[in-house]
Design a protein. Sequence first.
Length: 256
Amino acid sequence: MAMKFHSHRLTGRWELSEDSPMKYRLKRCIYVLSSVFTTRVRSGPLKGSRWTLFSGIRFVRGTFEPEKTAIIINALGAGDVFWDVGANVGYFTVLGAKIVGKEGAVVAIEPSPVNLAFLKRNVKLNKAENVTILPIAAGAAQGTVRLNTRSGRGTHCVDNLGDTLVDVNSIDSLIQSGLPSPTFVKIDVEGFEEYVIEGMKTCLRMNSPKLLVAVHTESAEKNILSLLSEFNYILRQRLAMPKGDIELYLEPSEIA
C-alpha cells in the first residue's frame, strides 16, 4: 500500500544521541520558541511575505543568495512540481510555492529539527497549502543517518559522529510512495548531494527534471557532473558562491 503524505504534516522522526550536551537541547528549545516572532520580508521576490524574525536577517531583508534565487525564478513556472531538498528554513520553499501556484506542488525535505521549526512556521505563515514537508534526509536508500546540528543552521550535515539520528529515504522511493514527480529539484545538503542523486536515478531517467545542485569540493563537482552526464544532463550555469560553494544548474539535453 502506498504511503500517504499531507501538506504541513511532519511524519519523520529524530532523536538526540545519549551523549549530546544539554546546551544543544537548550539551543533547539530556544530556536523553536523564537519561531513565534514574525515580521515582513523587506524586499526581493518575497517582499511583504510574513517571516519568522529570528530565522536569518538575509531572509528578512530579501537579499538571500540573489543569483541562486534568479535561477529558481527562471526555471520554475505555474503548475510545476518543485522539490526543495535541504529546505533549511523555507526561503526557496515558499518562493517555489508562490511561483508554481495552486496547480503546482512543492515538496520540502529538511531533517534538522532546528530548521524544521522555522520551515513549518514560515510555510504556515504564508498559507502555502501546496507544500508537503518531509522531516527526513534524502539519500541513496531508506534507513537512518546521524546529523551534526552543532554548527550554524545552514551547515547541518550528515556525520557519523552527529548528535541527531534522522530517517533517510531516496527520492525514487518517495515518488513511488505517491509524491508527485518533480519538474525541478534543488539539492543543497552540505556534502551529501552525491547520495541524493544516487537515490533518484529512476526519476532522472523517467522525468528528467531540471537540477540545481550545491557542491562543496572539486571532487564532488567532478563526480556529480560525471554521474549526470550518463543521463544526458548539460551544465547550463556554474555559480561561485561567496562562502566557496559552487552551484550547478543543469538541464536535460533535450531542453538545453
